[in-house]
Write a protein that binds this ligand. Sequence first.
Ligand code: T4K
Length: 401
Amino acid sequence: MKLTTGDLAIFGGVHAFLRPLYVGSPNTVDRDRLFDRLNWALDNQWLSNSGPLAVEFEARTAELAGVRNSVATCNATVALQMLCHALELSGEVIMPSLTFAATAHAARWVGLDPVFVDVDPQTGQLDPALAAEAVGPLTSAILGVHLWGRTCPAPELEKVAVDHGLPLFFDAAHAIGCTLDGRPVASFGNASVFSFHPTKVVAGFEGGAIVTDDDALAGRLRSLRNFGMGPGAGSPAGGTNGKMSEAAAAMALTSLDGFERAVAHNRSNFDAYAAGLDKIPGVRLIPHDPSESRNYQYVIIEIDEPVAGVDRDLVLEILQAEHIMAKPYFSPACHELEPYRSGRTFRLPHTERLAGRVLALPTGSAVSRESIRRICDVLRLVVSRSDEVTSRWQQMKGRPT
Ligand code: T4K
């Protein structure tokens, strides 16, 4: 256990972990089951183009999302792009800025202008009242994001969308298996998009899916995914290659088999963080609401510098020196990135504040409760000795103290 600032790796101490602990390490899967599926695909001599494994994965993800259709894709970014085309959007799309760049870039890539709206300062989720205020003559849709697997206020956003006659869709990249008052979050709005990137709770090497109750929309998406061919064809966008391969589907199915185990492990890790971070001044674990069930794949803390005595970026540097590879998800927020940053005249105070304060901590099957205890010990030491930590760091960097 580290007792003094000299024990911290950033000041020459021994790393808290020999091997780096990553945010987003893929959850373990049953390898025999995975190789059985891959062998089956090879024996079957059908490796892509809506093969049996991708079709099975679609059925299982539709059921989990509580909707009739799931359209499996190569990743979530292309899925979002295809969905923008299938919904025939033009002009502006209202969305949060506090999200991964993919949300905004997907819209931009298909010629839409993201209109960024601020978030609730406590939850980090899109503020529906501000979304309503942002609706203008060029608005063609609202795009909600279930950030960190928390639920964005989907029923309130549905009301805004209905009031203004706008389509509503969700970036649910983080939110497979999440529910609000028992209802799968991916069943809100016109459609939702999941990601099955290795960093996600269900991973397909790469992969995505669009889930929807709208059969006609699903038909258009299936055609767009396959070069614009087949039933549902005729989009002005033509089509693309957005298909999920059988190898990705084999991995995603096997990962899905272990979904409940992964969530239970993540939940136990979340509780260990909650206990370990309790009473560390200025370190707030973004909580969950009793109305939600989550997959807990993202554990997010907020560092309140005036209280903690250290800022988020220094905490990040200290943790990484310990081989605790925390990530500042999501900083900078999208409106601070090009191509949105240049010429920007507006501010998003809650987004900017949170983007400067949040950190994702490692979880998933590679992370044990004992590892979490050590991570929390490091955070407690840093905050309890924040003055000493800051002045040593300033000396080390040759900065005036
Ligand atoms: N919408 C939202 C809200 C999203 O968060 C994302 C993706 C998308 C849409 C788009 O989904 P996809 O098109 O990707 O399906 C990573 C992922 O690449 C990205 O998929 C994910 N969100 C984002 C939150 O994280 P980076 O730039 O942070 O990646 P990188 O290389 O720094 O890796 C992240 C962490 O994961 C590191 O700690 C290392 C670890 N890692 C990563 C990989 C690939 C592993 O341990 N093993 C691995 O195989 O974007």
